[in-house]
Design a protein around this ligand. Structure first.
Ligand SMILES: O=P(O)(O)OC[C@H]1O[C@](O)(COP(=O)(O)O)[C@@H](O)[C@@H]1O
Ligand SMILES: [Mg+2]
Ligand SMILES: [Mg+2]
Length: 313
């Protein structure tokens, strides 16, 4: 498996994917995204924090970094030669890259999630969802891969192709080397990340959070979806929620490129992800801007949230 004298954890991403005998074109795609992250991390560390003077489909003011990160990733995907369609949080529609679907992948991504946190120096990330073929409106269960890159004190890449969740860290040569294989989360945890406004929580959600607090759970919420989910995966415990709110029944987070990839990773790590009523991965998107409420993390915690939401709304 590894050369004598070389520890298992000096394996870089491409070699690991090859050892896992992943599809050659999928390896190429994942490594292109990894390459793009090198430019994105540099733009975060040194780039212009100002506004781009434009807004996206959601009416959110785009930061220069949002637009720059989107351009960096899109360019790589266009030139990869293995992509059919893409959609990004920063684009108004699906962007066709290649007319033929055969042997190609379609990619939904959030180039810089939590971008408004950069100017207060908090961690942000890139989130990517990958399907085989041309169709981006598939159930999240059909993803062939999901990954995120977390730009924190360390730059880490976490991916799954449906055979476990594996973490890589960027070294001083900007290579991603293996840090953790087969990341797993416990059935129940002791941290919680309550997104959205508490005073707008439904009765079921309020009861769920109250029970967590009464059981001594510690509040951990950064406002960045990627670091908040990464914490649960790497500590192996906890639950994140951005639930249905009074006046906002669909919550905030987007299904295609925020919830589906994270739900895929969390289920692969032995956790669960639910709208509070059904698994996130069972939803079939109809629009690129579909949103859904989410409870994601340790499976027993998510199950308890579902039973309280079923009982109390
Ligand atoms: O600021 P709020 O309402 O708590 O929402 C936080 C959530 O919104 C987000 O910042 C949305 O990210 P974007 O920057 O991609 O819009 C998530 O990262 C995070 O989980
Ligand atoms: Mg986002
Ligand atoms: Mg974003």
């Amino acid at each position: 498996m590894s050369e004598p004298g070389k520890t298992r954890f000096q394996i870089d991403l491409r070699r690991y994917l090859r050892e896992q005998e992943e599809d050659r074109d999928l390896i190429r795609l994942i490594c292109e995204i990894a390459e793009a992250s090198k430019y994105i991390v540099n733009s975060i560390r040194t780039g212009d924090l100002g506004v781009a003077g434009t807004s996206n489909l959601y009416g959110e003011q785009q930061l220069a970094l949002d637009v720059l990160a989107d351009r960096i990733l899109r360019k790589r995907l266009f030139h990869s030669g293995v992509v059919a369609n893409i959609v990004s949080e920063e684009t108004d529609d699906i962007i066709p890259v290649s007319p033929d679907c055969e042997g190609k992948f379609s990619v939904a991504y959030d180039p810089l999630d939590g971008s408004s946190l950069v100017d207060v120096n908090l961690a942000v990330g890139t989130i990517v969802s990958i399907y085989a073929g041309c169709n981006l409106f598939q159930s999240g269960r059909n993803q062939v891969a999901a990954l995120y890159i977390l730009y924190g004190p360390r730059t880490t890449l976490v991916y799954s192709t449906g055979r476990g969740v594996h973490e890589f860290a960027m070294n001083q040569l900007m290579e991603y080397t293996l840090v953790r294989e087969n990341v797993r989360v416990a059935p129940s945890g002791s941290i919680y990340s309550p997104g959205g406004q508490r005073n707008l929580y439904s009765a079921g959600t309020e009861s769920f959070v109250r029970q967590l607090e009464e059981n001594g759970a510690k509040l951990r919420y950064s406002g960045g979806f990627v670091p908040d989910i990464n914490q649960i995966l790497m500590k192996g415990k906890g639950v994140f929620l951005y639930p249905h709110l009074q006046g906002q029944p669909e919550g905030k987070l987007r299904l295609l490129y925020e919830l589906n990839p994270m739900a895929f990773l969390m289920e692969q790590a032995g956790g669960a992800a639910s709208t509070g009523r059904v698994p996130i991965l069972d939803l079939v998107p109809t629009k690129i801007d579909d949103r859904a409420p989410v409870f994601i993390g340790c499976r027993e915690d998510v199950a308890r949230a579902e039973s309280l939401v079923a009982a109390q709304g």
